[in-house]
Design a protein. Sequence first.
Length: 317
Amino acid sequence: MKPTVLQLSAILIPSIRDALAERFDLHRWFEVQDKPAFLAEHAARIRAVITGGHTGISRELMEQLPNLELITVNGVGTDAVDLAYARDRGIQVCATLGALTEDVADLAIGLLLSACRGIATSDRFVRSGQWASSPTPLAPLPLARQFSGMRIGIVGLGRVGRAVAVRAAAFGCPIAYTDLSAINDVPYEFVPSLLALAARSDALIVAAAADQAEGIIDAAVLKALGPEGYLINIARGKLVNEPDLLQALAAGTIAGAGLDVFAAEPNVPTALFANEAVVLQPHRASATVQTRTRMGQMVIASLDAVFAGQVPAGKVV
Ligand code: 8YV
């Protein structure tokens, strides 16, 4: 009999979807209408859950799956899974570590470039016909901020943070970082205090894990970043105090922001929509065909491993 697997978030790659459906007795939670009835019928058979990094799994649902052996996260963030409870229950948790590093770092640079150079704003300027209709074509668009050579501060020098650093260094940007402690094998300057890092950076790029941190980018950090500074977040929305960020952007006490993640996705504060200093993305940093295929293959491999009694790659718990 095929092992029963519950899928909590959508997978967009057809070949991965087909492979999952072929190998497992697969149930898509987001398509289930009557969830209590579904659980009454299937809960005891469910041996594994597939979920997304942002979606995770509620403690309440974990408690209703008595024979759960594995939570496989189609992503790198495990902050939306109660790891301590999983550990207590002997449920393994794994993630697609390393699969999406390059894409997320690419988008971080893309957001910063776009925010500094006003790429999205200029695109809207051309599309709306303003360039052609304006008597002094460039007047409505302010001059942009140069990206090359900006002093970059990276918050969290894990896989993604390092990949961001390599890219920014290629643009001639001096790099400094903060983390829980200094990292020996990198040529970048370690700044223990986030506040001090913000004060000496032209752009702060948030690439930290959110398992144990919340609201670390707050009013004080944004003030230290200052009116010429940019904030980029490709990690988790909850790492930034969103009301403080809205306030700073509205008051112009930072220069701009590039955001792929938000506190209450998919709800984005509407105050951001009209703010040309901000570039917005709908949590898409890993959303390329290549990366999502690799992630899907890792998810399948983790299920195969656990059902064969082996340790899955990317095991976190
Ligand atoms: C994905 C993520 O969008 O890796 C993560 O933790 O949040 C993102 O890469 C998500 O996991 C897709 O399922």
